[in-house]
Design a protein around this ligand. Structure first.
Ligand SMILES: [Zn+2]
Length: 116
C-alpha cells in the first residue's frame, strides 16, 4: 500500500489549481493563478491568513481564506514563519489542496491542478 502511495506521489505534477471567477477589472470570467504569496493580518492575538491568487490577465487579486481569526499560538512557529516569509513551497502545498477551494467556494479550472 505504501509503495503505491509513493508511486502516486512521484508521478504527480506540482501545478497549483487555477480558479475561474469573474474578474471585476476584466469585467468577465477570468483565470486566476496562484501568486505563491500569502497575506497575513494580525488583529490582537487573532490572525487571518490568505493565499493570494491573481487574474492571469490583469493581476487583479483574489484572496483565498486559509485561516480566519485563529489564535496566533494555535499555529506552529514553522507554519507562521512560512506565511510571513511567503514560503514558496508552502504556497504550492496550499495551491494543490482541493479542500481549500471547496471551503472558499471557488470554482476550480478542471484542466489545472496536480495530476496523479
Ligand atoms: Zn482581470
Amino acid at each position: 500500500m505504501s509503495y503505491l502511495k509513493n508511486n502516486k506521489y512521484i508521478s504527480s505534477s506540482n501545478e497549483s489549481f487555477r480558479v475561474i471567477r469573474k474578474c471585476s477589472v476584466c469585467g468577465k470570467k477570468a483565470i486566476f493563478i496562484n501568486s505563491n504569496k500569502f497575506r497575513v493580518n494580525a488583529n490582537g492575538s487573532r490572525i487571518d491568513v490568505w493565499l493570494i491568487y491573481q487574474c492571469k490577465k490583469c493581476k487583479h487579486t483574489y484572496n483565498l481564506t486559509i485561516y480566519e481569526r485563529v489564535r496566533k499560538d494555535a499555529l506552529s512557529l514553522e507554519l507562521y514563519t512560512g506565511f510571513i516569509e511567503n514560503d514558496d513551497e508552502l504556497a504550492r502545498v496550499y495551491g494543490r489542496d482541493k479542500s481549500l477551494f471547496v471551503k472558499n467556494k471557488a470554482e476550480i479550472d478542471l484542466r489545472s491542478g496536480p495530476r496523479y
